[in-house]
Design a binder for this molecule. Structure first.
Ligand code: GAF
Length: 388
């Protein structure tokens, strides 16, 4: 856990000069639309006040010198020899450098210290924040004038190639395009997006961290993506216009249920329904009907648990516990799954009671304290301060 001031001070200490640039990059929540991004569907994320800070400056040398403030670790690599390393945290950064280099950017030596308060493995996209923060910082320092969507794609590719997770675009998009006080609906095919004001007078976003991090999460994530692709391959034999699950309907899935087989059918039907849920949920949000919005969240969780099979016992217990608390509109697991957080929409006057009641259930059931975060919605990646 580090503050921007601490990251900046460590830079001065470690490298002996003041960092020319300080950048903040937020993590994200996602209200609804899980595992829809890589199926070219819709998502509804927002950037939150859990952030990674970067102190960074270009050098005359040819080395990239990286320091993780939170892990008390460092890594140096020559700009001409950027590759995936054994040091996992460094890969998120080196992956971004490699993407810029692939686009023909000559990346000179630079010094960078980073650290922050996005809990790792909690489904709040700490890795996307790291990637997007560095992409933004290098874009500034090198005056590359790359637009934010290009930075998001470079960061996503870094995750594919240097972290081995075949993620969609949601997390990187949310970190870069967040707007204070608004959630944003992204169409992951056209890349059109629309902001929806999120009224914190009416409800608060509370995250409950299950504390579970399954080591299988990344490989299972990639497997889900392949299962979806397999579904599309089968559907296309009958409906050539189906390019992704975004284009599929439940009737098509039902018609070819036997050919799809039970597992692929379940995976695909979850995605098709989740996509529709995002559209419906946005209509409810426009009408400020939080109760109806919350019902879509519960349905999303049930699909993730039963059909997509990416939940776990702890997350299911948290959602069921939330359901019994007065003033809770909706609750669901958030992010890739296999651990991490639930996201809960709670009436402001019931937040304390919610935390107490769900915490008590969690303690009784699993024998450990529940970590919770009341989050607010902030703007996307930006400069904190510039000294030159
Ligand atoms: C992870 C991925 F990085 C996102 O792209 C998205 O697929 C999400 O899981 C599930 O909705 O956060």
């Amino acid at each position: 856990m580090s503050t921007a001031a601490e990251v900046s001070a460590t830079f001065q200490q470690h490298f002996g000069y003041a960092a020319p640039l300080l950048v903040r990059a937020p993590g994200r929540v996602n209200l609804i639309g899980e595992h829809t991004d890589y199926n070219q569907g819709f998502v509804l994320p927002a950037a939150i006040d859990k952030e990674i800070y970067f102190a960074i400056g270009l050098t005359q040398g040819t080395d990239i010198r990286l320091v993780s403030h939170d892990l008390h670790d460092s890594c140096t690599i020559a700009t001409g020899q950027v590759h995936r390393t054994e040091t996992q945290w460094a890969n998120y950064l080196l992956g971004v450098v490699a993407q810029l280099q692939k686009r023909g950017v000559e990346v000179p030596g630079f010094d960078c210290v980073f650290g922050g308060n996005v809990p790792v493995g909690a489904g709040m996209s700490s890795s996307a924040a790291v990637e997007c923060g560095l992409a933004f910082a290098l874009n500034e320092l090198l005056s590359l004038s790359l637009d934010k969507m290009t930075l998001a794609h470079a960061a996503q590719k870094a995750e594919h190639e240097y972290a081995g997770v075949m993620c969609g675009l949601m997390d990187q998009f949310a970190s870069l395009f967040g707007r204070p006080g608004s959630v944003v609906r992204l169409d992951c095919r056209s890349l059109d997006f629309e902001y929806y004001p999120f009224n914190t007078e009416a409800c608060r976003l509370v995250l409950c961290n299950s504390g579970v991090k399954h080591s299988l999460a990344d490989s299972e994530y990639n497997k889900r993506r392949q299962e979806c692709e397999r579904g599309v391959e089968i559907l296309r034999r009958h409906y050539p216009k189906v390019q992704s699950l975004r284009d599929a309907t439940m009737t098509q899935l039902e018609t070819h249920r036997d050919e799809l087989g039970p597992l692929t059918f379940r995976r695909c039907s979850y995605v098709v329904q989740e996509n529709q849920r995002v559209i419906t949920a946005c209509q409810h949000l426009e009408q400020q009907d939080l109760a109806a919005f919350g019902q879509q969240m519960y349905a999303s969780h049930a699909g993730l648990r039963d059909d997509y099979e990416v939940s776990c016992e702890e997350l299911d217990v948290l959602v069921e516990a939330a359901r019994t608390v007065p003033g809770v509109y909706g609750s669901r697991m958030m992010g890739g799954g296999f651990g991490g957080c639930t996201i809960n929409l709670v009436s402001p006057d019931q937040v304390e009671n919610f935390i107490r009641q769900v915490g008590a259930v969690y303690q009784q059931r699993f024998g450990r304290d529940l970590e919770t975060y009341q989050t607010s919605i902030v703007g996307g990646v930006s400069e904190v301060a510039s000294n030159g």
